[in-house]
Design a protein around this ligand. Structure first.
Ligand code: SAM
Length: 242
């Protein structure tokens, strides 16, 4: 008789620095039989797997790639989410445990979120646990010695893929605005920051927590440069550059 599904643990692995993984995340990562690693395409690398790599024992653990294509025109690929959820359930059906590897925190713009909802919908008896992780946002602020909010300041998090209007509204209404996924949208974002007079109090953080980390306090110096997908901008309430 089946003992029921094993537990799926979504583990926030932090932004890339191996020391920014929680003790709980590390314990459950090592205990998992299956390691579910999100990728953009079948043979593409997984950044989350790269972060977890030094802690794995591949004689005992097995990696299962889950494809989450980059959404085109904002259209979610629900069929793919369902296929991923079924693949996870099939691996855990014999009672073995799995870890869903997530870069940063699992509930902040991650592939885990659609999986969570799909699993709850299709496999309600499959136990799910979530271990929070250090987000790239707080890691970038720490590296830049930049307060994210003080006293009664307000903070917004906005992806650069949002409309220009949404970005403008956030920049007009909030003291600190964190902008994720800036890479391909950087020039347009910089134009907007300049037009609102907020370009001087902003930093760009790229590949935080990795050997390729870069912090840039002069955003204008980045014009014309190709930026990594793993880059973000923090527009500060006034503390960024002096
Ligand atoms: C899909 S979101 C994932 C966010 C992640 N779950 C977190 O908690 O940080 C990807 C975006 O997060 C930001 N990001 C993630 N890791 C980063 C890093 N190590 N350095 C700078 N930005 C990063 C970038 O803006 C990137 O485009």
């Amino acid at each position: 008789m089946s003992a029921g599904y094993g537990t799926l643990t979504a583990i926030g692995l932090g932004p890339g620095d191996p020391e920014l993984l929680t003790l709980k995340g590390l314990r459950l990562l090592r205990a998992a039989r299956w390691l579910f690693a999100p990728v953009r395409a079948p043979e593409a690398p997984s950044y989350a797997l790269e972060i977890a790599w030094p802690h794995l024992d591949l004689a005992r653990q097995q990696v299962v790639a889950l494809v989450y294509p980059m959404p085109r025109d904002g259209e979610p690929d629900e069929a793919q989410w369902r296929a991923n959820a079924r693949l996870i359930a099939a691996h855990l059906a014999d009672g073995s445990d799995g870890a869903f590897l997530v870069e940063g925190d699992p509930l902040l713009y991650s592939s885990f979120t659609p999986t969570l909802f799909t699993l709850q919908d299709e496999f309600p008896s499959l136990p799910i646990r979530i271990v929070p992780g250090v987000s790239s946002i707080v890691a970038a602020a720490a590296q830049a010695h930049l307060p994210l909010a003080r006293l009664d300041e307000r903070i917004a998090i906005v992806p650069a893929t949002s409309s220009r209007r949404a970005l403008r509204e956030a920049l007009e209404r909030y003291d600190t605005v964190v902008i994720l996924k800036v890479a391909r949208h950087f020039e347009a974002l910089l134009d907007l920051l300049e037009s609102l007079g907020r370009a001087d109090n902003a930093i760009l953080a790229e590949r935080v927590g990795t050997p390729r980390e870069r912090l840039e306090r002069d955003l204008r110096a980045l014009r014309g440069q190709a930026l990594d997908y793993f880059s973000l901008v923090i527009v500060s309430g006034g503390w960024a550059n002096g």
